[in-house]
Ligand binder design. Structure first.
Ligand SMILES: NC(=O)c1ccc[n+]([C@@H]2O[C@H](COP(=O)([O-])OP(=O)(O)OC[C@H]3O[C@@H](n4cnc5c(N)ncnc54)[C@H](O)[C@@H]3O)[C@@H](O)[C@H]2O)c1
Length: 383
């Protein structure tokens, strides 16, 4: 399949590109290096130095013999996106090209406006490019479980059947996002659903939980091919942050009471889910939603697991509950459905002690690059 990955330089984008390329798909990637620039501007650079996208594609070619086409530019610029569509002629597009950080979106007015504009304009441009150049192309957009919030009822996969005064109707599941970033992920989903109904485009929205992990089968033993890995308060996801904190000898930063429960998945499962969605496309006019996670854990449970795994490597890991910079429920009901991707054939990776010690051992090799100044949260939801 000809697959275009928007945001192909990012934490998930580059590993997805290699994964799909190795499995015989013809892959093109587009990115404007927003993530790298933001890391430099905010002084929160990744743990490993990462070659640029052209260099990564060249390395991948030398190692695998396979070509990944690289386009550098902004998806919010329609002329750029149109050129990419004309050249790549995709049958499937994976849309990762958004500002992905909740704390970033809550830094202030400018960051809020950037997040809104970037995430909604990139999605709107993508829809129009599909309609203009590749009407049968299937859009796989990365959404987030965070759009649902923490309602006091079970979370379904995308839709909820409502009975009202004796009649029934299926609506999109109500959204209660907890940050401006999560709000934009809810809004881009609404936009895609709208165009499915109006223009019969095909869309799969993958409402993903926080991802953990560094290396994949494709990056193998060559760390130059590993993913961009952030462990700071802005771009690091919680388990990745805890792993680095454990290696640095910094107490794990549990926000508030630590009862916040979410659905997690290994980066390897993200790649598998995306391919499964591409291989089994939504029908024309269908806005299909999958909840993309494997296991649920509270933050306290994650921290305890890291403490246990640390013992295996002789690390004395401590936990420190700090005031929660976010506004969120710290104890709540959480029971989201997630059967769709399993029924398409996902074979999940679970968060075992071995997975955790593997991550700790990997990060320990880069211990001297850890910057302790990146660890504590700088952004508060209420200024
Ligand atoms: N990582 C997670 O745990 C996680 C969880 C749930 C959902 N997601 C979603 O998955 C997607 C990818 O996440 P990630 O962690 O890989 O983030 P990332 O920031 O590493 O990747 C996104 C990439 O898109 C690029 N980009 C952003 N705006 C762009 C634009 N206008 N034009 C071109 N390129 C642009 C960035 O430079 C970056 O390389 C995001 O949409 C995010 O919301 C991620």
């Amino acid at each position: 399949m000809r697959v275009l990955i928007l945001g192909g330089d990012g934490y998930l984008g580059w590993p997805t590109a290699m994964y799909l390329s190795r499995r015989g798909h013809q892959v093109a990637v587009a990115d404007n290096y927003f993530r790298r620039r933001a890391g430099m501007e905010l002084n929160c650079e990744p743990l490993l130095a990462v070659p640029n996208l052209h260099q990564r594609a060249q390395l991948w070619k030398e190692i695998s013999g396979r070509q990944i086409d690289v386009f550098i530019g902004d998806v919010c610029n329609y002329d750029f996106l149109a050129k990419v569509f004309r050249e790549a002629d995709p049958e499937g597009v994976v849309h990762y090209a958004e500002q992905p950080s909740a704390p970033y979106s809550m830094m202030g007015r400018e960051a809020a406006l950037f997040t809104l504009t970037n995430n909604l304009v990139s999605t709107c441009n993508l829809i129009h490019a599909v309609a203009e150049f590749a009407p049968d192309c299937h859009i796989v957009k990365l959404g987030t479980m965070g759009v649902y919030g923490t309602p006091n009822i079970d979370i379904e996969e995308g839709y909820l059947e409502v009975e009202h005064q004796g009649r029934k109707h299926k609506f999109l599941y109500p959204k209660t996002p907890g940050s401006l970033y999560h709000l934009t992920k809810s809004q881009d989903g609404d936009m895609l659903y709208f165009y499915c109904r109006i223009w019969d485009i095909r869309v799969t929205d993958l409402n993903q939980g926080p991802v953990y992990g560094i290396v994949t089968e494709e990056s193998g033993a060559d760390d130059r091919l590993a993913s961009i890995f952030n462990y700071d308060d802005i771009f690091g996801t919680v388990l990745n942050r805890f792993i680095v904190q454990a290696v640095a000898g910094h107490p794990l930063t549990v926000y508030g009471e630590g009862g916040q429960t979410r659905g997690y998945l290994n980066i390897k499962d993200t790649l598998a889910c995306v391919e499964l969605a591409l291989l089994h496309p939504a029908n024309p006019g269908e806005y299909r939603v999958f909840n993309q996670f494997v296991e649920t854990f509270s933050v306290n449970e994650l921290a305890d697991k890291v403490v246990e795994a640390g013992k295996e490597l002789g690390l004395k890991v401590k936990i420190n509950k700090i005031p929660n910079p976010r506004r969120e429920a710290e104890e709540h009901y959480y029971n989201p459905a997630h059967t769709g991707l399993l029924s398409l054939g996902l074979t999940p990776h679970y968060l075992t002690g071995e997975v955790l010690t593997g991550m700790l051992a990997f990060v320990r090799r880069y211990r001297e690059r850890i910057c302790p100044g990146y660890i504590l949260p700088r952004v508060k939801w209420q200024q």
